[in-house]
Write a protein that binds this ligand. Structure first.
Ligand SMILES: Cc1ncc(COP(=O)(O)O)c(C=O)c1O
Length: 482
């Protein structure tokens, strides 16, 4: 039998196994393929019946680390361009380990003043980084999707107030559908949040003036007029296929004119605020009522890390607080006048018990500061532009949208393949790329075409990595069409 109590004096040993493997793994990450399919069979070693007698921590963790370091998708390395994710900076990863080491309950101040204070500090730093007013409320979430849930739950509270209904206690019954307006750049996670909130994902209406999804301001204006301003506008700062953005300032003007709620999805695009080269894209975000952003994307902290900022923090406590359980303390100030609020972060967002996800954010911002992050963002802008240039220069590749941020949208288009076969060819090429594993970039649909949309925003990524992507795409494409 292996009872955890027997291991209380040797609890550091399994951690030493992980620490011992970490150095070689991280140092070799840049040389590995993103995924080595020949290692997939190792996954069987995770399987089997629930053990009656355990192996003990060291043996169990040795097995996990051996299988993991070989069979994982090495997505924290420099050549994982699929979806939009960063990796984990050295400081962020160490901060994340510290979160596990200390295992703080970060929902209530009384459980962990450390976690609550760290969360307050990183939210303040992030607001400063993104140019958001210091007065905004905020909470850390597991993802951008949950940050949408947070911001849009606040929007729903505000909207139901217009009908004299306290939606937190009464629910939505008897109310009309909440009008939600966006452009064609809207991400599916916004619809998912509306679905979770009982607002219905199909209540979101898009107003686009072209097949790229760019916003039709006049049409949205007219519809806001019809709704009497009782509506939510979702502005998109960084679209997932091209990095394109809505004109946030124009949408803020519309929201102000009609008295509507403005929610901004800046999951990765909000990092445009860090560089003078792209800051204009984010202008207007400081006028939003709620803002979504992600940490596991461009901040390069480990999953799961998202942020929600809301202009009126009282909306957050109305949407998520007031549980009425007698053993749970309510938010409280310590009253010593130094502004050190005892915030119970579980009253500001959808989670109850939660981990101290502020610690990796604190570690990475403390380690690299504003200037380090600006340097990283600008490197990614350069790497993305370089990739766009390579695509334009290649006779068999077609760039499909201007490179504005950190995503490059293109397709394989060799001479002699008719247009009607290109979608199928690019879909097969996408599968071949994943099976090959040297670099990862997936396909998506853009303006009705099957396209690639690599997003180089890992802190390790350099120009050489996107050069390899172009080489591999062309090599595999040539093989498919030979
Ligand atoms: C623009 C945008 N919003 C939201 C999301 C959802 O992010 P998450 O997976 O962290 O919920 C994504 C993910 O790629 C995104 O690109």
């Amino acid at each position: 039998m292996s009872d955890p109590l027997d291991e209380r004096d040797v609890a550091g040993e399994p951690l030493a196994v992980v620490a011992g493997a970490a150095g070689p793994y991280l140092e070799g990450l840049a040389e590995r393929p993103v995924h080595d399919r020949s290692r997939d069979a190792l996954l069987d070693e995770l399987d089997g019946p629930l053990p009656a007698e355990g192996d003990g921590a060291v043996a169990a963790v040795e097995r996990l680390v051996r299988v993991g370091t070989e069979a994982a998708t090495h997505s924290s390395g420099p050549r994982f361009f699929h979806f939009v994710v960063g990796g984990s900076t050295p400081a962020a990863m160490a901060g994340d380990w510290t979160t596990s080491l200390l295992d703080q309950g970060a929902g209530l101040w009384v459980v962990s003043p450390l976690a609550a204070r760290a969360e307050a500090v990183v939210l303040r730093w992030l607001k400063e980084l993104f140019g958001l007013p210091a007065s905004y409320g905020g909470v850390l979430t597991p993802s951008a999707t949950l940050a949408h849930v947070t911001g849009l739950a606040c929007a729903r509270t505000w909207w139901a107030d217009r009908y004299g209904v306290d939606v937190a206690s009464r629910g939505l019954a008897g109310l009309p559908a909440m009008p939600v307006f966006s452009s064609g750049l809207v991400h599916v996670s916004t619809r998912k949040a509306l679905q979770i909130l009982g607002c219905g994902r199909d209540t979101l209406r898009t107003f686009s003036r072209d097949d790229a999804g760019r916003v039709d301001l006049a049409a949205m204006d007219a519809e806001l007029e019809r709704a009497g301003g009782r509506a939510v506008i979702v502005a998109n700062l960084g679209e997932v296929n091209t990095g394109d953005s809505d004109p946030i300032g124009d949408l803020a003007d519309l929201a102000e004119r009609h008295g509507a709620w403005l929610h901004v999805d800046g999951a990765f695009g909000i990092f445009a605020a860090l560089s003078p080269r792209t800051a204009h894209l984010a202008r207007g975000v400081e006028r939003a009522d709620s803002v979504t952003a992600d940490g596991h994307k461009w901040l390069n902290v480990p999953y799961e890390s998202g942020f929600s900022f809301v202009r009126d923090q009282a909306m957050m406590t109305r949407a998520f607080g007031a549980w009425g359980a007698s053993y749970l303390p309510v938010a409280d100030r310590d009253g010593d006048g130094d502004g050190d609020e005892r915030i119970n972060y579980n009253t500001l967002g959808p989670e109850s018990s939660r981990r101290a996800r502020a610690l990796p954010i604190w570690a990475t911002l403390r380690a690299y500061g504003r200037d380090g992050y600006r340097a990283m963002v600008e490197r990614h802008l350069d790497v993305s532009q370089h990739l766009g240039d390579l695509v334009e220069a290649a006779p068999d590749l077609e760039l499909l949208a201007p490179v504005q941020l950190c995503i490059v949208c293109f397709r394989y288009r060799p001479d002699g393949v008719p247009e009607k076969h290109l979608d199928e060819l690019n879909a097969r090429l996408g599968e071949a790329l994943i099976a090959d594993g040297r670099v990862y970039a997936g396909t998506s649909t853009y303006r009705g075409m099957t396209v690639f949309r690599p997003a180089p925003l890992n802190w390790r990524t350099t120009k050489a990595d996107v050069e390899l992507l172009v080489d591999v795409v062309r090599e595999l494409g040539a093989r498919l069409t030979a």
